[in-house]
Design a protein around this ligand. Sequence first.
Ligand code: DC
Length: 204
Amino acid sequence: MSFTVAIDGPAAAGKGTISRAVAAHFGFAHLDTGLLYRAVAAKSLAGAAPEEAARALTTEDLEAKGLRTAEVAQEASRVAVIPEVRAALVDFQRAFAARAGGAVLDGRDIGTVICPEAAVKLFVTASPEARAERRWRELRERGQAADLAEVIRAVAERDARDRDRAAAPLRPAADALLLDTTEMSVAEAVEAAIAHVAARTGAA
Ligand code: DC
């Protein structure tokens, strides 16, 4: 039987960490859907037409190096505005969500567009300052030099584009649990998410 957990939210709110922890706890598969857009973006930066790149995307493309850079993140947000790019990625995401044994998908439009019937929906947020600081630390830990003011500007720009686009904009589903992680530790946020999912599955 399939059991889908949809986790959406803006950049660097903690979706990835929470999604991986929920998947590990319940033994569900996990798909970071941002990677799909990042893989299309990397091809676009290399000169491909984004629509073509999205149609031709393979699972190997999701393992390409360099998908986590700030440059690819910005381009991902740009290609994600294109309806044809989004449409080309729908089937893969829905098939993943329907796999037996349960699946966690994180992104921007999982609870609203990709899996409106998901058993559990979470919308993870944090203040723009907290998110930018987390992203800044993350980039530094990966050895990528980053200026905090520039990261704050880039995160705000990406959020605005993701929120204001016409196709599948970033917004919470009406039935999503809002989880504001600004004042939470990672452990607290993970615990809250697991408790919410557990309440829906009946499992502990
Ligand atoms: O989650 P992320 O930061 O890796 O996502 C990169 C970009 O991809 C994000 O700014 C917008 C886009 N995206 C999207 O439009 N829909 C999704 N489900 C996931 C990501």
